[in-house]
Ligand binder design. Structure first.
Ligand SMILES: C[S@@+](CC[C@H](N)C(=O)[O-])C[C@H]1O[C@@H](n2cnc3c(N)ncnc32)[C@H](O)[C@@H]1O
Length: 315
């Protein structure tokens, strides 16, 4: 089974690791994962590129050619360069050892040049060959040039809007596939709807505030997206529950955004809506969830500042 590697940013490491694993399992339920610090090795029939395109916190990724016992390269290992005109070598050092990285990259490049016709090109080469050092094992891998992620445009913003990466992570953590539908009952500026559509997931948004409803509509229109938005209270959810597979939302905190009633009351009402068999990723202010004793598959804590820690609850 092919193996891929993903080097993750350390900003929200637990979320980042779980996201890559969730995406891999969504496409191939037999996918296996191994985590070494911020490196995730996935054994799966899904191509690394497909996983990378959906993920939010992947910095570098590619396919593993083999685990290494030493620094030996031979003709077999440079087979990937067969049709490449240009390549570059990169060392990723996640181990506690110090290496002279530029020197190593240069000598690896020289070694590869002996077996391949491809020329070294530092910027934007056809193939990047990676040597990854960790304290446990070393890996030899490669990636091909990939097109940049297609990011949705947002022409209207609002201070309460959610960070696109966290929104995307939530969609991925509940494993919504392309063609399925997500609902955001507090859609605000439409971040969930935009991220979902950019990944091929359909979306439905609700917001009781006319201003937010309009902003969402405009943001969708700019991108030519077709998600439905309704100016409506979140309690309408139960009436449309057959139209979506999962919920991704960020509940009102009572700051910056308008709220129909106290945020605590909204939360209580929201969690009492019977929504069976729906996957859910719900973000809320940690403090507001204390009395509700909410249970789920997993909770993540996102620290913002002294008086704001948010929870992401996966149900
Ligand atoms: C924290 S903001 C969501 C921000 C959104 N994720 C974004 O990225 O723009 C909460 C939203 O809930 C909406 N809201 C408050 N009470 C509501 C209710 N009863 N029904 C539906 N939406 C409501 C507010 O208008 C606000 O847009």
């Amino acid at each position: 089974m092919p193996e891929s590697f993903f080097v993750l940013s350390k900003d929200y490491l637990e979320l980042a690791i779980d996201e890559v694993i969730a995406i891999s399992k969504m496409y191939d339920r037999f996918a296996k994962a191994k985590v070494i610090s911020n490196l995730v090795i996935i054994q799966s029939k899904t191509n690394w590129n497909k996983i990378t395109k959906r993920a939010s916190f992947v910095k570098i990724s590619g396919q593993i050619l083999r685990k290494m016992s030493g620094l030996f390269l031979d003709e077999g290992n440079v087979e990937v360069l067969k049709n490449a005109k240009t390549f570059v070598c990169r060392i990723i050092n996640l181990s506690s050892n110090q290496f002279n990285i530029p020197e190593l990259e240069r000598s690896m490049g020289d070694m590869i040049s002996k077996f391949s016709h491809a020329k070294v090109e530092l910027q934007n080469p056809d193939i990047t060959v990676y040597l990854i050092f960790t304290d446990q094992e070393n890996f030899f891998g490669f990636s091909k040039r990939i097109s940049k992620k297609n990011r949705p445009k947002k022409i209207k913003n609002h201070p309460h809007e959610l960070d696109w990466k966290l929104t995307r992570v939530m969609i991925n953590l509940i494993g919504l596939k392309e063609g399925e539908t997500v609902c955001d009952p507090f859609c605000g500026t439409g971040t969930t709807l935009l991220e979902a559509e950019s990944m091929g997931v359909h979306a439905i948004g609700l917001d009781f505030d006319k201003k937010m409803y309009k902003i969402s509509k405009e943001n969708l229109k700019t991108n030519g997206y077709k998600s439905k938005v309704f100016k409506s209270d979140f309690q309408e959810l139960s009436k449309i529950s057959r139209e979506f597979n999962g919920i991704v939302t960020d509940l009102p905190y009572g700051r910056a955004s308008k709220a129909s009633e106290k945020p605590e009351e909204i939360m209580e009402k929201f969690f009492s809506i019977p929504l069976k068999r729906k996957k859910m990723a719900i973000m809320y202010k940690k403090e507001l969830g204390k009395n509700l004793k909410l249970k789920g598959i997993k909770k993540y804590e996102i620290y913002r500042h002294k008086s704001l820690t948010r929870t992401i609850l996966i149900k």
